[in-house]
Write a protein that binds this ligand. Structure first.
Ligand SMILES: Cc1cc2nc3c(=O)[nH]c(=O)nc-3n(C[C@H](O)[C@H](O)[C@H](O)COP(=O)(O)O)c2cc1C
Length: 179
């Protein structure tokens, strides 16, 4: 299983969580880590290069801090430009078919806040529905997501544990059974 991790963080120097996760993934030596804000400082995405990267992997994980209940803008642009008609869908658009797509996110909000009765009103799974729906549209299999909540109250120990949990998640995650 070849895994591509597409990281979308506009300021990794100032990041605590996503930076630590990347460092832990790099130690494993088996993941292709692609930081799109670093690759495209002018936000001009090389679509052919991105498509080739996806084609060369079995699984794509989108890793990002939640911004306004969604992803940082360059990742939306990535979806808008890379997942083309005739490549990801439509006639002969079968390049993403059968691949696994997953999401790993950090949030400021606590776990309790991401509930129907909590401050954010929706669960993290619910706010990630556009990713799930997109995966379905392009015939990819959506994986259960990985989350770290409450990042403003984050001890070094909890951060280290979440990095280890993230690696474990990538090793063991399986698509949800279709019902
Ligand atoms: C523009 C912006 C929007 C944000 N929107 C949300 C949000 O909707 N929900 C949330 O829980 N956190 C939100 N946050 C907090 C980030 O998710 C949080 O700072 C990030 O996950 C920390 O990860 P890092 O240490 O890798 O930077 C937002 C932060 C910024 C800068």
């Amino acid at each position: 299983m070849k895994t591509l991790v597409i990281v979308a963080h506009p300021n990794l120097e100032a990041s605590r969580v996503n930076k630590a996760w990347i460092e832990e993934l790099k130690k494993q030596g088996e993941y292709t880590i692609h930081e799109i804000y670093k690759a495209y400082p002018d936000e001009n995405i090389d679509v052919a290069k991105e498509q080739a990267l996806v084609e060369a992997h079995d699984r794509v994980i989108f890793q990002f801090p939640v911004f306004w209940y969604s992803a940082p803008a360059l990742l939306k642009k990535w979806f808008d430009t890379v997942l083309q008609y005739g490549w990801a869908f439509g006639p002969d658009g079968d390049k993403t078919a059968g691949k696994e797509f997953g999401v790993a996110v950090s949030t400021y909000g606590t776990e309790e806040s991401y509930q129907a009765t909590g401050f954010n009103r929706f669960t993290v799974q619910e706010i990630l529905r556009p990713f799930e729906a997109t995966a379905h549209f392009i015939s990819a299999t959506y994986l259960p997501h990985f989350t770290l909540n409450d990042v403003s109250n984050l001890s070094d120990e909890r951060l280290a544990q979440s990095s280890a949990d993230y690696v474990q998640h990538l090793k063991s995650v399986k698509p949800l059974a279709n019902v």
